[in-house]
Ligand binder design. Structure first.
Ligand SMILES: *Cc1c(COP(=O)(O)O)cnc(C)c1O
Length: 392
């Protein structure tokens, strides 16, 4: 089967258990796949757009209702859909960061947070993670004091990743936000790995913004995401346009400059909406996901020489592992070198690990059944034993 234009059909998740760290939470639901086919045409959600002509006012399909539901699900006051978490960071950075302003983030922050700061002309000030790769409120307080000394003012904004992309560790956003607020610093909660995966309550966390990624964690097509704000901050980041054309005198009503008017206009939004009821349900069962994460990490640990670099027991399904003293010793003499591991995994129906990686790598068990997790355990143990590694 071919899609034309030299494009092969993609069959990855149909044929194997996919443990790719960034793909597990974004896999579409069957309902999202149907929505994608129905709303593939450009501007397809605009069929029933009426005054005041803005995406989040459209009632058919129920886009307006979806926006309200998204905000209340995150326990925030307003929400907008955005083309990826990164576009949420960009809107917030552009609103609060002026040229030369220091901005707080962490030593485990995602590159898109750095780029959002760069584009706004800010300076990136990292809170260093501790030796267990956890960012603490004490380190946040110390970094803010350091920034004040260096820049003569507190950071203009703070980006805090609840679960970081490197270790999948959980950081205490609630207490870090309290510290930041003592200095009047608005806090953006980066939920790229949490919104759509586990329950997120913005008011309880005490944050100003919640950002999520549709294609990473909400079973939605790319590029999609959500930016939610408190009522106070919504007035700032979702301010409406004030510009007037100098010849025509035209004005543009309630369009929001940070959103460039309307954002997701077809597949992305309708896919996200179709998955939403499933996503709302699945976050309630994160405990089952942690169980699977625990048994897979436990099995890897049982292979002599392997260490789990993420916090253990696992609090998230994204896990970083060091197999330098186990699988990498096999790679030294194996005829396929480092590719033996990904090849062996693929042969046994497990995919998603970087081909050639045998030292430090990441995987994500999100979305597996318990039987699939047991199977993955058996696969790792079998590959270890077939290659003369000790287990148990
Ligand atoms: C993946 C990721 C992002 C980027 O998300 P997009 O939706 O692709 O823009 C940002 N932050 C973290 C921590 C991530 O893991």
């Amino acid at each position: 089967m071919r899609c034309g234009a030299g494009i092969d059909a993609r069959m990855v998740d149909e044929l194997a258990i996919n443990i790719d760290p960034i793909q597990a939470g974004g896999r579409l639901t069957a309902d999202a796949m149907k929505a994608v086919i129905a709303y593939g045409d450009g501007y397809s959600v605009c069929d029933n757009c009426r005054k005041p002509n803005r995406l989040d006012y459209i009632t058919k399909p129920p886009i307006a209702e979806f926006h309200k539901d998204l905000a209340s699900w995150l326990n925030m006051d307003s929400a907008r859909v955005v083309p990826g978490a990164r576009r949420g960071f960009q809107a917030v950075a552009h609103t609060y960061v002026k040229k030369g302003d220091p901005v707080l983030l962490t030593s485990l922050s995602h590159y898109t947070e750095f780029l959002a700061i760069e584009e706004a002309g800010g300076t990136a000030c990292e809170i260093p993670a501790g030796d267990r790769h956890i960012v603490t409120a004490d380190a946040a307080a110390a970094t803010i004091e350091e920034v004040k000394k260096q820049h003569g003012r507190a950071p203009a904004l703070a980006f805090i990743d609840h679960v970081d992309y490197q270790y999948g560790n959980v950081h205490d956003v609630q207490v870090i936000a309290q510290v930041a607020h003592q200095y009047d610093i608005p806090v953006l909660y980066n939920g790229a790995y949490t919104v759509g995966i586990m329950p997120v309550d913005g008011k309880n966390l005490g944050v100003d913004f919640v950002v999520g990624s549709g294609h990473k964690s909400m079973a939605a097509p790319a590029p999609s995401g959500v930016l939610a704000a408190t009522a106070e901050r919504a007035k700032e980041v979702f301010r409406t346009t004030a510009i007037t054309g100098d010849k025509t005198g035209r004005q543009f009503g309630i369009k929001e400059p940070e959103m460039m008017g309307c954002t997701l206009m077809g597949v992305t939004l309708v896919g996200m909406m179709a998955s939403f009821p499933h996503v709302q349900e699945r976050v309630k069962h994160f405990d089952r996901e942690l169980e699977n994460a625990g048994i897979v990490a436990g099995a890897l640990r049982s292979i002599t020489g392997t260490t789990i670099l993420s916090e253990f027991p696992r609090k998230h399904t994204l896990t970083r592992v060091d197999t330098t003293a186990s699988f990498d010793t096999v790679a030294q003499t194996h005829k396929k070198r480092g590719f033996f591991l990904s090849t062996a995994l693929n042969e046994k129906g497990v995919t998603g690990i970087i081909p050639g990686a045998t030292r430090v790598w990441k995987y994500n068990t999100y979305g597996m059944t318990n039987a699939q997790a047991q199977y993955v355990v058996q696969v790792f143990v079998d590959i270890a034993q077939e290659n003369g590694l000790k287990t148990g």
